[in-house]
Design a protein around this ligand. Structure first.
Ligand code: GDP
Ligand code: MN
Ligand code: MN
Length: 253
């Protein structure tokens, strides 16, 4: 496979038709996977906000106070309120806000960005990124897959990389269970998160700063003859790391 950025995309504004803007600049082929940074999906969907729109409730004030207490960091309670409103669960409140967002993705600050916002104070994640991906897919003439991505940190390792928030036109994962390795052993647990791997590939090409390349086409990727799986986000029930975090409180470094 190979991956290339779609060049010449303008600054994206609310109401822009991303599919049309991409189609004008890329000669898409059936089987391509079009990876779109959530930043521009959010801008097109008008998901910008100002801090003044958020009135801090008691929980936001408490989070800001606790953070100042244990880390010395002054967090704007209005920002904490924005995160609370965007999150389906606040898993950790210090030393940073670890949240689950509406699509199931777990990340810091409910994925709210303060860079590449097009001048707005805050850029919120697309509300339903799978629907965003399906809409973009429907607007493209070729039979393509679409992955809406975001740059995200991860536990256990330094550095960020791209992850998938929503996708359309391809399964989330490639299920290797029941297939054999080179020694004839049957694979028992391997379900490969293909959309995350495509998102990481796209993120590598996109860059993080002012490159201006939010859309990356992955061409000739072959899903192969495997079962597909739609599961990407763990349910809380089977996620023991997340359960442990719920019971843990940060009390200073
Ligand atoms: P995120 O990973 O989805 O949070 O997005 P980033 O802020 O990291 O941006 C990803 C890529 O898209 C970078 O190359 C940015 O320069 C670019 N980008 C962000 N917004 C725009 C935009 O409105 N227009 C264009 N052409 N590029 C943008
Ligand atoms: Mn982001
Ligand atoms: Mn990024």
């Amino acid at each position: 496979m190979h991956a290339f950025a779609v060049d010449g995309l303008p600054e994206i504004d609310a109401g822009d038709d991303l599919a049309a803007l991409v189609a004008e600049r890329a000669d898409l082929t059936d089987g391509d996977v079009v990876c779109v940074a959530s930043t521009v999906v959010s801008k097109a969907e008008g998901r910008t906000a100002a801090l003044a729109e958020f009135t801090p409730g008691p929980r936001a004030e408490e989070i800001a106070a606790r953070l100042a207490d244990v880390t010395g960091e002054q967090k704007d309670p209005r920002f904490a309120q924005a995160v609370i409103e965007e999150a389906t669960e606040v898993i950790m409140d210090a030393p940073f806000l670890l949240t689950e967002t509406t699509c199931g993705h777990v990340g810091v600050n409910a994925g709210i960005d303060r860079s590449n916002t097009g001048g707005a104070e805050l850029l919120l994640l697309p509300k339903r990124p799978a629907e965003s991906a399906a809409r973009i897919q429907a607007g493209l003439a070729a039979d393509v897959g679409v992955v809406v991505t975001d740059t995200s940190g991860r536990p256990f390792r330094h550095g960020q990389r791209g992850v998938a928030l929503g996708w359309a036109g391809l399964p989330a994962a490639r299920d290797w269970r029941g297939e054999t390795d080179r020694d004839g052993h049957e694979l028992a647990v391997t379900v490969e998160a293909v959309v995350d791997e495509l998102a990481a590939t796209a993120n590598l090409v996109s860059g993080e700063g002012d490159d201006g390349t939010p859309v990356v086409v992955v061409r000739e990727f072959e899903f192969g003859d495997h079962d597909g799986s739609e599961q990407l986000f763990r349910a809380v029930d089977g996620d023991f790391v997340r359960q442990a975090l719920r019971d843990w409180t940060f009390d200073g470094a």
